[in-house]
Design a protein around this ligand. Sequence first.
Ligand SMILES: Cc1cc2nc3c(=O)[nH]c(=O)nc-3n(C[C@H](O)[C@H](O)[C@H](O)COP(=O)(O)OP(=O)(O)OC[C@H]3O[C@@H](n4cnc5c(N)ncnc54)[C@H](O)[C@@H]3O)c2cc1C
Ligand code: SF4
Length: 488
Amino acid sequence: MERTRWIFAGQLGEQFDDGGRMLLVEAKSVLARAPIHRAKAHLILSAMRHRAAELGDRVEYHRVEKYGDVVAGRDDLEVIDPTSYGARAYVRRIGASILPSRGFVSSEGEFAAWAANRGGKRILLEDFYREVRVRTGVLMDGEGPAGGQWNYDHDNRQSPPKGAVSLGLPDPWWPEEDEIDAEVRRDLDRWQADGDIHLVGDDGPRRFAATGAEAELALRDFVESRLNDFGPFEDATLTGDWTMAHSLLSAPMNLGLIDPRHVIDTVEAEYRAGRAPIASVEGIIRQIAGWRDYVWHLYWHLGEDYSTSNNALAATTPLPREFLELDGEAIEARCLSHSIGGVREHGWAHHIQRLMVIGNWALQRGYDPKQLNDWFVGMFVDGTPWVMPANVIGMSQHADGGIVATKPYAAGGAYIKKMSDYCGGCRFKPTVRLGPDACPFTAGYWAFLDRVEPKLRGNHRMAQPLAGLRRLADREAVVLQEAERQGF
Ligand SMILES: Cc1cc2nc3c(=O)[nH]c(=O)nc-3n(C[C@H](O)[C@H](O)[C@H](O)COP(=O)(O)OP(=O)(O)OC[C@H]3O[C@@H](n4cnc5c(N)ncnc54)[C@H](O)[C@@H]3O)c2cc1C
Ligand code: SF4
């Protein structure tokens, strides 16, 4: 029997197509499960409909309420193993034939073999990443790393240029919307008006690639105009530059539109041709062959209940309205206001805004990690169930007690001041922790340490910050001030 390959929203590129009959199902119930950023809903539908147009009469395309309306009772379906526990259980329930997953640098088997050979040692990103480099030959000169070093973090992560409000790079490539996008917009408006879905965030021009060809243009543009600055300013933030030198490729990679290995080979070729510095090239390859793959494999390795059963710091505060409605304007802290406002506008923020502003704030304020995880999935164009647990539950919120990161990513205003131009125009002062000018990140940092001290006492990486807390003369007053803080 000829099989029909049912492809999902994370499998929309050529790498998921072996030439036979295809099935795409646009189920409205998937968008209706939880509040979703308008830009994300738009991007997913646009990418699916563009893919259907490309496949022409090789694809069956259905617009229905739920998957079962199309796939129930069919015995001709095959799938490439999908990217969430829920979807994997579903395709097994309906008896689809299952092929190994694709779309990552290392296969699930390769990761499992590496993890099994650790002899009880921790599963560390750095060790995994180096093994990938050796196994694939990416950025290797013989048996050693190209350039002589495995890690260029020391050269990267500079503060932003003094006095600048932007990096001054050319505007990134943006897609041109077409009739498919216009139709998606009309459908979303109608479903929202009918109360079928709950959209959050601004409607704006589509900013992320929705086809393989567009993803290739986005990659070329990144390589030509931003790759060289990627490394040095990887962790910097400027109010007048929402993209900085980032690649904007997470959404097309997570949609399956572009193969991460192709992105890696393209940037490595720039280094080999002498057009890009090793620090930037290693920096981005580390993000893709290292971090992206690592969080994907950890999603399966850590198990389905990892994101629901971990709350090591006993964080139970519900997310505030400002987060749920992406109301950056209601927030006074300039760094947080700008980051949440950016998410409202684009459904995207760069890594340091996600980790050191939004995530840091949530950690300090004790937001419920599971609710935060789901909020990130819904509000970010690149949000997927697999990418979030290691990033949010693990790295950002330390809710797993130290499986993914050895210490919480908590920082006060001094760090934000060093890495951004936020503090100059803020009504708070990053150096002040008590009184009306007290920076809520600086004071919040101490109040956080005060709250979690009993839980982190045994963590030797926290010894210094906790010693600082014990020396704090106004500790009680700062803790009380933050407990009573109304606005932020
Ligand atoms: C709290 C939090 C939430 C995040 N949510 C997401 C998410 O929903 N989807 C997502 O793809 N990434 C997420 N990340 C990782 C990272 O922030 C984004 O991949 C990146 O900001 C996307 O922008 P970019 O494509 O311009 O990335 P660049 O800075 O250009 O980096 C290149 C690529 O590296 C990969 N990458 C880098 N770091 C990570 C990481 N920690 N996890 C996974 N991939 C990584 C991405 O594919 C990215 O496209 C999150 C990180 C944190 C701390
Ligand atoms: S002073 Fe504090 S709240 Fe204001 S921008 Fe700086 S870190 Fe953020």
